[in-house]
Design a protein around this ligand. Structure first.
Ligand SMILES: [Zn+2]
Length: 116
């Protein structure tokens, strides 16, 4: 586990990520992004910065579940949950998350890595 700064549309979040999550967040432009990771647990996030408040807070943002869905977005890929990370102070949106599930879970096992 290491701490990373993750960019969202309305600020950033400092969170502990596994190597695998960090790879997902790295879109190759020298910054890491929140959106590709999926949902982060509240206890993994240690700080958040809100553009609206123009300040960094020493706690996790709020997690706001927008929708539980079961939308098939591609062959074998289902969007199960969608939501936002919001500022503790003013509730503006820091970033968004989406949780996907592969329909055929067994195809994922070969790629699984132990988390650190
Ligand atoms: Zn704020």
């Amino acid at each position: 586990m290491a701490e990373f700064k993750l960019q969202g549309s309305g600020g950033y979040i400092i969170a502990d990520l596994t190597e695998e999550q960090a790879k997902k967040a790295d879109l190759g432009v020298g910054k890491l992004f929140l959106a590709p990771i999926g949902k982060l647990e509240e206890q993994k996030m240690s700080k958040h910065y809100c553009k609206n408040c123009e300040s960094e807070f020493s706690n996790s943002p709020k997690i706001r579940l927008e929708e539980n869905t079961n939308e098939q977005v591609a062959d074998n890929l289902i969007l199960v949950e969608r939501g936002q990370y919001t500022c503790q102070q003013c509730s503006s949106i820091i970033g968004e998350y989406r949780v996907f599930k592969k329909q055929d879970e067994s195809s994922d096992i070969g790629n699984a890595r132990p988390s650190q």
